[in-house]
Design a protein. Structure first.
Length: 437
């Protein structure tokens, strides 16, 4: 019930800024066929979920400020006992009102009959403009069918506006309820990373380590992964989004795990890198310590009022100086930073927003400038250094070392809170945890 209030408050906030001449139309996620008659697991559209908490496909939510039938209308699937025997419960129209707080609900197959009337008198239509051709087509056809009334003097839609920026600005700031869910997603995911460290052995397959992560996610309440787990040993650690996970883990190599569970729709996104046999080599130590120092400095920069790129600004000098000290880069620090010489080794951003989506919504710039961090935002900090075996500019003793360290950080009123702090990242702590195997 508390959850329902949360969803209702979100709708109210959005309704209060839409304006009385507006209507907002939000579409559910779509079921995708995998092969023959088997489907991929259904994943709800996160904007739709954020506003409704409704987790079925084939649904459309309509928000109408001061609407005649109410302000929240849900179109959804009909109850169907024959289908429900196979696929499970559907809320139907009664459930839409009783369980999800809709003011009115209609079967989704009747939407074309109802939408023109709901749009009548509304000049602004908020919907995901230009994201899916079929959606554009339907909204335009509902709007076109109003033309006759327009000739009779009734205002019809004039502006079609993407709901994104308004809604995504709301999603960027996490409520206390959301913070609690994200803490839990990160706590469970940290535990899964600890388990992976504790069971890892040379000659295991990468997917076997992945199985340990999934086991720990699911037995603790994460129904699924927030994104495909990356488990890359040796050279695979240098492939940023490696998800094949089908090679053996070799004695003497590092393994990079980037994995997070999804808890009640909220993502965690954690990366740890550790030695397959439990002991870092001198070269692995040297690279690891640079990345760790950079990551810690990046996190330390986080507090309200600093711009988004303060994190990257803290990371880059440490990575560049570290590579100079190891004679991987040669030259003057400022010049190398200016030339972005680090991009040969650290080629991605410092992180991203985190929330319902792993790469969560919300703008990074405002009026062309990096926006300031504010309390309630959650972001990742994830520097890395990757030296693949084909990097001919680097002595071969550094080859096949890929290190990334990633934590999830909540911006508090006074600074920050690391949500994923339960999994060690200091070398000695990792080695100690692995020594207990
Ligand atoms: N797991 C994807 C990322 O770290 O951005
Ligand atoms: Mn990330
Ligand atoms: Mn990640």
């Amino acid at each position: 019930m508390q959850e329902q209030q949360e969803f209702q408050q979100r709708r109210q906030r959005l309704l209060s800024v839409l304006g009385d001449d507006a209507i907002a139309i939000i579409f559910s996620g779509v079921e995708y066929l995998r092969s023959a008659d088997a489907y991929y697991p259904f994943s709800q559209n996160k904007d739709f979920y954020y506003l409704t908490g409704f987790n079925e496909p084939e649904a459309v939510a309509v928000l109408i400020p001061n609407g005649q039938e109410g302000e929240f209308i849900l179109f959804n699937r009909r109850r169907d006992p024959a289908k429900e025997v196979w696929d499970g419960y559907r809320a139907g129209q009664e459930g839409a009102c009783a369980e999800y707080g809709a003011d009115a609900a209609y079967p989704i197959d009747e939407i074309d009959q109802h939408m023109p009337a709901l749009m009548l008198g509304r000049t602004k239509v908020f919907y995901p403009v230009g994201e899916m051709a079929q959606v554009d087509q339907r909204v335009l056809s509902w709007s076109a069918s109003l033309r006759r009334q327009v000739r009779a003097g009734v205002p019809a839609p004039q502006e079609f506006i993407s709901l994104g920026s308004m809604l995504h600005e709301m999603r960027l700031f996490k409520s206390e309820h959301e913070q609690a869910l994200m803490r839990e997603a990160a706590r469970i995911s940290a535990q899964a990373h600890c388990r992976a460290m504790q069971v890892c052995q040379p000659d295991m397959m990468e997917y076997q380590l992945e199985a340990e992560l999934v086991y720990e996610f699911q037995r603790n309440g994460c129904r699924r992964v927030a994104y495909d787990s990356i488990v890359g040993g040796g050279s695979n650690a240098c492939i940023l989004h490696y998800i094949r996970n089908d090679q053996a883990l070799c004695d003497g190599d590092l393994v990079l795990i980037d994995a997070g569970g999804e808890y009640k729709q909220y993502a965690a996104d954690i990366t740890r890198t550790f030695p397959v046999n439990g002991r870092f080599t001198p070269e692995q130590k040297a690279i690891y310590d640079i990345v760790l120092a950079a990551q810690v400095a990046g996190i330390e920069a986080i507090r309200p009022g600093v711009p988004w790129d303060a994190v990257q600004a803290a990371i880059v000098p440490i990575i560049t100086q570290g590579l100079i000290d190891l004679e991987i880069l040669y030259g003057d620090l400022d010049t190398l930073i200016e030339q972005k010489a680090y991009e040969n080794f650290y080629l991605h951003r410092s992180g991203h927003w985190l929330g319902l989506d792993v790469h969560d919504v919300g703008s990074y710039k405002q009026n062309g400038q990096w926006r300031d961090l504010q309390a309630g935002m959650v972001l990742t900090v994830e520097p890395g250094i990757y030296i693949a075996a084909d990097n001919q500019a680097v002595d071969e003793r550094w080859w096949n070392i890929g290190v990334r360290i990633e934590d999830d950080v909540f911006v508090t009123e006074n600074g920050h809170e690391v949500l994923s702090a339960d999994v060690p990242k200091a070398r000695a702590e990792i080695e100690a945890l692995m020594a207990g195997r």
